[in-house]
Design a protein around this ligand. Structure first.
Ligand code: NI
Length: 179
C-alpha cells in the first residue's frame, strides 16, 4: 500500500495526540516509513507526519532537494524523526507562509521559532540531533505539531493572512513554506 489517503482538516482524528514509538526492532517501522515517503512524494510535500495517514504514532519524515511547491526553499536532508523533541534556541519567531497536505490548496502566514534544536530517533532507534534555522526549523516545527494534534491554521495570528493559494498568489503573497 504505497500511497495512502491523507486526512483533511476537519477530520477530528487530526487533533489526536499521537503515542510514542517503543518498538525499534528491525524492520518494524519500515512499512509505515515507506508509505509516508510515497505519500509525501506523490503529493509534492516536503514533510508528512504519521497521523496524516491515520497512524497515531510519533513519527515524522521530511526533506527534499528541490520542491516544485516551494521553489525558493533551500534543500533539507531526508530525515526520519521518531519521538521528536524540539527546543527553541532563542526567543526569535519569524512569520512565514505554510501549506499542509491536510489543508490542500491553502496557505497561511505562521509564526515559528527561527532557531531550534531537535532530537529524536531514526528508524533504527539511533539518536538524531540537529541545530537548524529558517525553513528547516519551520518544517520540523510544522510536522511535529501534527503529533500533538495541531495544524498550522491553529497558529495563524492574523486570519486575513490565510486563504487559497491561487488567490494569495494573485495578490503577490504566499511564496509558501513547509507542508
Ligand atoms: Ni502539515
Amino acid at each position: 500500500m504505497p500511497q495512502r489517503p491523507v486526512l483533511r482538516y476537519g477530520d477530528p482524528r487530526l487533533h489526536q495526540v499521537s503515542s510514542p514509538v517503543e518498538d525499534f526492532s528491525p524492520g518494524r517501522l519500515a512499512p509505515l516509513l515507506r508509505d509516508l515517503w510515497d505519500t509525501m512524494q506523490a503529493r509534492g510535500g516536503v514533510g508528512i507526519a504519521a497521523p496524516q495517514i491515520g497512524e497515531f504514532v510519533r513519527v515524522v519524515v521530511f526533506g527534499m532537494e528541490f520542491s516544485a511547491r516551494y521553489p525558493d526553499a533551500p534543500a533539507i536532508p531526508r530525515t526520519v524523526l521518531v519521538n521528536p523533541r524540539i527546543e527553541p534556541l532563542d526567543d526569535v519567531r519569524e512569520e512565514g507562509w505554510e501549506g499542509c497536505l491536510s489543508v490542500p490548496g491553502m496557505r497561511g502566514l505562521v509564526p515559528r521559532f527561527r532557531h531550534v534544536r531537535y532530537t529524536g530517533r531514526d528508524e533504527h532507534g539511533e539518536t538524531v540531533t540537529r541545530e537548524v534555522d529558517g525553513f528547516h526549523a519551520r518544517v520540523v516545527q510544522h510536522e511535529c505539531d501534527h503529533l500533538d494534534g495541531i495544524l498550522y491554521p491553529m497558529r495563524i495570528r492574523d486570519l486575513t493572512q490565510f486563504g487559497f493559494e491561487d488567490e494569495l498568489a494573485r495578490s503577490g503573497r504566499a511564496g509558501g513554506q513547509a507542508a
